[in-house]
Each structure stands twice: as structure tokens, then as C-alpha cells.
Design a protein around this ligand. Structure first.
Ligand code: BTN
Length: 325
């Protein structure tokens, strides 16, 4: 892991939990001059942190801005590889587009591209994705699992299970997964996942997991056209959510369940997915590229395909569709 001096100073201030940190001690530990420490502190303040200098005692971190910078995420991160390399933007077109380029250029397993805002966020099925500045989590994770391309789609369900678990742990809300990977709270969408594959016929080069979580938006932040189908974590539990903590938790569970999947296959993930889903047993409408089918969702197969029983009694496997409950 490559942590910059600025990140180390910030981590020390955060870990001091309101106690003063001596400038001389920082300088000695990091082997740089007091002047350099002061310059880094100024740069940290420019990022929105409030630092108080107390004579003869040192520096106290008074408040932390709600940002998803590496400096905020790394101290909360408990992973081996995921998120150990974070590429942060205040604004970009789409983290998914940047991640696809970086993956082609050889970015390592676990690299994260994250932005406070996206000006051209991409959703599934060529839709756009509303990505208000500083209110949500807009990130793409590059993973390089040793699996063959036919299994890559299952990673979509792995991601849904991981994000569902992270949201539950950070907020105490009880989200549910709509097949394949929308996350809903009280029937409204709080998270979307876009999984893209870079592969040859027999080998996966990378899977790019694009994750959009509506975190601290008010209703008015959403476009009118989606106000009746979208929600945010704050709208559901009435409290601001620490976005960097949620990012760290999502990466933790993505690594945990990703490793479990690679080691043990889809079966344990299927059980977790089923226990959090809100699709199975319901009457649904599945809109696909060439047809729309209606019926009862019977379950998912051992490969993650949704099985639908039509009114005629025929059972059809759904591989990719827009589902209406
Ligand atoms: C969906 O349609 O449900 C998927 C939405 C995925 C949105 C995320 S936000 C981060 C990443 N960058 C994008 O442009 N899209 C994904």
C-alpha cells in the first residue's frame, strides 16, 4: 500500500480522537521538517477539514468534511486488496468509463475509482444514472478473479449480497434485493449495480463493478421522473450516513463474498441472495430486449438465472431483464 505523507498526517489526527498531536512528533516520525508538516496541514484544511492549533500542545482535528477521499476511507478499511488503490475525483463523467480504461491499462485487482459527482453516470440497459454531488457513493471496482467468462454474471449477485449486507450493518435498515441486483428499501430503489466484463473467450481479464448508492439525498435531489421509484438511505432512516464508512464496508463485504465465491462456488452466495431477496414468489413482469413476459418468479438456478412460471405453465429462464414487481 502506498500512503502519502498527507494521508499519514490525517490518519494520525483522526486516530488521536480529539487529543492534540505535536507538530514536532509528526515531523520526527515522518522524517520531514516542521515547515513541511505545516504545508501538509494547510493542504488538509483546503480539503475542508477544520484543524485547531494549540500553543505548545499541537494540532487537533475539530471536524471532518463528508467526503469519499482515500484519506477518509483508508483508516476505516479492513481489506487485503480491495480499495488499497483508490483513484479519487471531485467530478468526472462516469467512474465506469474511467475504470474500463484503467483496467485495459493493467490496473491491479481491487483498484477503486470513486467520484463525488458524475456528469454522465451510466445505468443498466443504456440508461443514465442520477449522481448528485457529495450525496451518494459513485464508484467502480476493478476485480480480476480467476474464473471463466461464463461465470462472470454471477458476480453481479455477489455484489448485491455484499452491498446489501454493508448497508444493513451501517444503517440498521433492512434492504432487499430485486433480481438480479437492484437494492430496494420499502419498495424503492436505493442502489444500482452495473457489472461490465473485459474478457476473451476463455479468460476473464477484469470485471468492473459499478456501484451507485443513494445515501444522503433529499427527495428534491432526484429528477421528478424517478421521485416515486427512488429513495436514499437518509430518506429512509432520517439520519445522515457516513459515506466513507459505507464505502469501506462495501469493499470489505465485496472482498469477503468475492473470495467465498471463488473458493466455494455460487451455492453459499445463492443462499445469502435468497435470504435477502424480494423477487421470489412474486408475480412479476420481465421486460427483455425482444419480449415481455409475465408470471411467478419461482427462484434462481444454481447459475443465478431467474426462473419464471408463465400463466401457460411453461417455465422460462431469464438471463437479463428489467423486472417490475
Ligand atoms: C442501474 O442501472 O441500476 C445501475 C447503476 C450503476 C450506477 C453506478 S454509479 C458508479 C458507476 N459509474 C457509472 O457511470 N455507473 C455506475
Amino acid at each position: 500500500m502506498n500512503i502519502s505523507i498527507k494521508e499519514k498526517i490525517l490518519s494520525t489526527l483522526i486516530n488521536a480522537k480529539g487529543e492534540p498531536v505535536s507538530g514536532q512528533k509528526l515531523a520526527d516520525e515522518l522524517h520531514i521538517s516542521r515547515t513541511m508538516i505545516w504545508k501538509h496541514l494547510k493542504s488538509i484544511e483546503e480539503d475542508g477539514y477544520v484543524i485547531e492549533a494549540i500553543k505548545k500542545k499541537g494540532y487537533i482535528l475539530q471536524s471532518i468534511p463528508d467526503l469519499v477521499t482515500p484519506e477518509q476511507i483508508l483508516p476505516k478499511l479492513n481489506t487485503k486488496q480491495l480499495g488499497r488503490n483508490i483513484d479519487y475525483y471531485t467530478s468526472c463523467t462516469s467512474t465506469q468509463i474511467i475504470a474500463a480504461d484503467k483496467a485495459r491499462q493493467g490496473a491491479s485487482h481491487g483498484t477503486v475509482i470513486i467520484s463525488e459527482e458524475q456528469t454522465a453516470g451510466k445505468g443498466r440497459l443504456e440508461r443514465s444514472w442520477d449522481s448528485t454531488a457529495n450525496k451518494g457513493i459513485w464508484m467502480s471496482v476493478i476485480i480480476r478473479p480467476n474464473i471463466s467468462p461464463e461465470f462472470a454474471a454471477q458476480f453481479t449477485l455477489v455484489s448485491a449480497v455484499a452491498i446489501n449486507q454493508a448497508i444493513q450493518e451501517v444503517t440498521n435498515l433492512t434492504p432487499q434485493i430485486k433480481w438480479p441486483n437492484d437494492i430496494l428499501i420499502n419498495g424503492k430503489k436505493v442502489t444500482g449495480i452495473l457489472t461490465e466484463l473485459q474478457a476473451d473467450m476463455d479468460i476473464v481479464h477484469s470485471i468492473i463493478i459499478g456501484i451507485g448508492v443513494n445515501v444522503n439525498q433529499e427527495l428534491s435531489a432526484f429528477d421528478e421522473s424517478i421521485q416515486n421509484i427512488a429513495t436514499s438511505l437518509k430518506m429512509e432512516n432520517g439520519e445522515e450516513v457516513d459515506r466513507s464508512l459505507l464505502v469501506a464496508k462495501i469493499l470489505y463485504y465485496l472482498e469477503k463474498y468475492g473470495d467465498l465465491y471463488v473458493e466455494k462456488g455460487f451455492e453459499p452466495i445463492k443462499i445469502l441472495w435468497e435470504s435477502h431477496n424480494c423477487t421470489i414468489g412474486k408475480r412479476i413482469r420481465a421486460t427483455m430486449l425482444r419480449e415481455t413476459l409475465e408470471g411467478v418468479a419461482l427462484g434462481i438456478t444454481k447459475d443465478g438465472v431467474l426462473e419464471l412460471r408463465l400463466d401457460s405453465g411453461e417455465i422460462r429462464g431469464i438471463y437479463s431483464a428489467d423486472i417490475h414487481l
